[in-house]
Design a protein. Structure first.
Length: 206
């Protein structure tokens, strides 16, 4: 089907069930499990929270939630537009596109291109010169898709729980005496051929 048969319009309250389904697909892409795509579902409490967030986005003047639909007005995909600096160190505003997703069963119908075209038009209407797209680094197809449309990597953003960061920082702060003490408590033994330990506290990894 030609992608010109797909149009993009602002999301409306009746689109919320479809938006929730798109959101579940995004979640499965970010944290895949053996059951991903097989009706894993979202807990009721989490689903209600997500629904409230989508409804809130519909009424938020600073966010523009759109859906790509076919000739029968059936939602095929969604995206969220907002205006913000291109990055934390630049004041130059740009259009940020997030939560961009097309339902698996509707891919290769031009919905993705229609959403990008809508983003470009929205940016032009706002007088913006840059479009920034958030893409799951593990999604090879999505990264190839946006690369073909001229999007280049801007930065790699990594995420970690604070508890994990604290634990890793503590591990890298351990000096040679601490390492020997821990091995002794575990009944371990240093081999004569083992590499020499650093002469001081280990430097925190970047």
């Amino acid at each position: 089907m030609a992608w010109t048969s797909v149009r993009v319009r602002p999301a409306i309250p009746s689109d919320v069930p479809a938006l929730l389904a798109f959101g579940e697909q995004l979640r499965d892409q970010l944290s895949p499990t053996p059951d991903a795509g097989r009706g894993r579902g979202t807990p009721v409490s989490a689903r209600e929270s997500l629904e409230a967030r989508y409804v809130g986005a519909l009424d938020d003047e600073d966010r523009h939630l759109v859906v790509a639909v076919d000739e029968h007005d059936c939602p095929l995909g969604m995206a969220l537009f907002c205006v913000a600096p291109a990055n934390a160190l630049l004041d130059l505003p740009a259009l940020h596109v997030s939560h961009a997703v097309v339902a698996d069963r509707h891919k290769r119908r031009g919905a993705g291109k229609a959403l990008v075209a809508a983003a470009a038009s929205y940016a032009e209407d706002k007088g913006l010169e840059q479009v920034v797209v958030s893409v799951n680094p593990g999604s090879r197809d999505a990264n190839r898709f946006f690369a073909r449309l001229g999007f280049a990597p801007l930065a790699v953003r990594r995420v970690a729980p604070v508890s994990v960061v604290r634990r890793r920082l503590h591990a890298t702060d351990a000096g040679p005496t601490d390492v020997v003490r821990r091995r002794t408590r575990r009944g371990g033994r240093l081999r004569s051929g083992a590499p020499a330990l650093p002469l001081g506290p280990a430097s925190p990894k970047a």
